[in-house]
Design a protein around this ligand. Structure first.
Ligand SMILES: [Zn+2]
Ligand SMILES: [Zn+2]
Length: 300
């Protein structure tokens, strides 16, 4: 089966936990919005996608759960049954316990919203094992992704962790809870997603996420993305008259280059540690391209 670019949301709630709408309605919202895949991730309960085939139509449903250990939350993707939350002596040990439980169940873990209730920090994320995915952008108003004075944003945490040598790929998600009331105070769908280069199966999408073959978006769409052989090259789908700025970012969060316009390219020199790209449009939306690591041999 060929790989295609597939749009999906990996973090969604329903009335099976604290969302306001039943799984069938939530599934229907994403199907009607044209998503290629969706994971329903209710708190501490696995909602079986098998019962939602009619509502999903052509959209792929990925089994999920948000394993919720008080304020530290880890999504389990591709799981088949409810995984109970784990607890460790601190935030880091709790994250690791949930990651390990998800792996033991055959799932793919993703560390969610590290700034929720301001519990996380770079030291707690650095050195986590068995995990490849970190939510750096979350569409709900409760997750403090943009940081505050003295607390890094989720994206800054990502750079701190990458710089310390722990390789995590970025996710953007809706963390949608509200499908009946709309506005800034609500966690509405359609705000953050990933676009994955994958075969259109659960296993295909999860494998692509784990190898970083995806970008995260809060609105910017890419027409083309090539990441490998020592360079990152991308083309942006322009929307109306918006202006686009691409920043190539390296170790320590250092900006290596800034490119204006709808096409950008960066060739690794070798001393950057890693290079990732962030595209911003003039209307406040972004896309995040996964890092290439300067010391690695060229990827296929
Ligand atoms: Zn959460
Ligand atoms: Zn959530």
């Amino acid at each position: 089966m060929e790989r295609r670019w597939l749009k999906g949301n990996l973090h969604t709630h329903t009335s099976m936990s604290d969302g306001d709408s039943p799984p069938a309605e939530v599934t229907g919202w994403y199907r009607d919005a044209g998503y290629d895949f969706l994971a329903i991730t209710d708190h501490n309960v696995h909602v079986d996608p098998a019962g939602l085939a009619a509502e999903a139509g052509p959209m792929l449903l990925i089994g999920g759960e948000e394993v919720t250990s008080f304020d530290t939350h880890v999504n389990g993707l591709g799981i088949r049954e409810t995984i109970p939350p784990g607890f460790g002596e601190d935030v880091r040990a709790t994250w690791q316990a949930d990651i390990d439980a998800i792996r033991a169940a055959g799932g793919v873990p993703a560390v969610n919203h590290p700034n929720f209730r301001w519990v996380g920090d770079a030291a707690s994320l650095t050195g986590l094992t068995g995990v490849t995915l970190l939510e750096v952008w979350n569409g709900s108003p409760e997750c403090n992704d943009r940081g505050r004075p003295g607390s890094p944003s989720s994206e800054e945490l990502w750079d701190l962790v990458l710089t310390a040598g722990t390789r995590l790929w970025a996710l953007a998600t809706d963390d949608a809870h509200h499908f009946r009331r709309w506005g800034r105070a609500f966690a509405n769908p359609g705000r953050g997603w990933v676009v994955v280069h994958a075969q259109p199966t659960e296993a295909g999408v999860l494998a692509a996420l784990e190898r970083g073959d995806h970008y995260a978006s809060s609105g910017v769409e890419l027409a083309d993305l090539r990441r490998g052989s020592g360079e990152i090259a991308l083309e942006i789908v322009p929307l109306a008259d918006l202006h686009y700025t691409t920043r190539f970012i390296g170790s320590g969060g250092r900006v290596l280059d800034v490119v204006e316009g709808t096409s950008a390219r960066y060739r690794i020199r070798g001393d950057e540690g890693y290079v990732r790209a962030r595209v911003d449009d003039s209307d406040g939306s972004s896309a995040w391209v996964q890092p290439l690591f300067a010391g690695d041999r060229p990827e296929r």
